[in-house]
Design a protein around this ligand. Structure first.
Ligand code: OOG
Ligand code: MG
Length: 253
């Protein structure tokens, strides 16, 4: 399948909540896969969506093991994917949503490939990411998940904290992470699971997808495995010292 046709098929799969069979795309290389992702995101931008940032995937062993892949990937975020902290999020138009706890960075200055990530960070926040693979059963090859904009669907950001309030970004290297569904612990972990230090994710994002302009939001990748996200669920993620972020999914129809 050519890149434009695959981008259209993935876009339609997302809009109609009808998954494509994984393993059948014929995609072989990552360069080709990122060309499909670019065409897919271009379709969203053509509908009036605004780019807001970048996300990384498979930055933790927990995620690599869960999904059976072993390479860092990156995708694009848009304003359509934003979920207000504490807000309601309708999952009825999704295929098989999952949720995962993350750390987000806000860039106060441009970050070029090879630039100093710490110098560019204006603030950090706890985050929730909703992922929804457009492939049947969440089963895909690495090029396929890249083409599918790394399963991106939605994200919520908690309160921003300036690095100075943490005594510097070194504090981020080992903070406890908790994911709760309806008040029950679903996953626990540490920010150390994210490439040993989430700041490394920022450097990797700049290298892979940079230069990243000031104002970019970066999701550094889940610190734990993702869990299914049913309707009618209260979700809370807590990152120690950064605080909490919440969302509630709409009731089942
Ligand atoms: C791909 C998205 C991976 C993460 O944080 O590792 C990701 C997937 O798991 O379907 O967002
Ligand atoms: Mg993620």
């Amino acid at each position: 399948m050519n890149p434009t046709a695959l981008a259209e098929a993935l876009d339609t799969a997302a809009r109609e909540a009808r998954p494509l069979p994984g393993g059948g795309s014929g995609l072989t290389g990552t360069a080709e896969a990122y060309a499909v992702q670019e065409a897919l995101v271009a379709r969203r931008l053509a509908r009036g969506e605004r780019p807001t940032g970048v996300k990384l995937g498979f930055t933790s062993l927990a995620k690599m093991r869960q999904m059976g892949v072993a390479d860092l990937i990156h995708g694009r975020l848009t304003d359509r994917m934003e979920i207000p902290d504490g807000g309601r999020y309708d999952v009825s138009g999704l295929i098989h949503p999952r949720i995962e706890p993350e750390v987000a960075f806000l860039l106060g200055a441009e970050l070029a490939p090879g630039g100093d990530p710490a110098a560019a960070v204006a603030a950090v926040a706890p985050a929730l990411e909703v992922i929804d693979s457009r492939y049947d059963g969440f089963r895909f090859s690495l090029p396929e998940v890249i083409a599918d904009n790394t399963s991106a669907a939605g994200y919520a950001l908690g309160p921003w904290t300036a690095p100075a309030a943490l005594g510097g970004l070194r504090a981020l290297a080992n903070l406890g992470v908790l994911l709760e569904l309806d008040g029950r612990t679903a996953e626990t972990g540490s920010t150390a699971a994210i490439l040993g230090d989430p700041l490394r994710a920022l450097a990797a994002a700049a290298r892979l997808a940079g230069p990243l302009p000031a104002g970019t939001v970066l999701l550094a990748g889940a610190a734990t495995a993702a869990v299914p996200l049913p309707p009618g669920t209260h979700v809370r993620a807590v990152v120690a010292r950064l605080g909490a972020v919440r969302l509630t999914t709409g009731e089942a129809a």
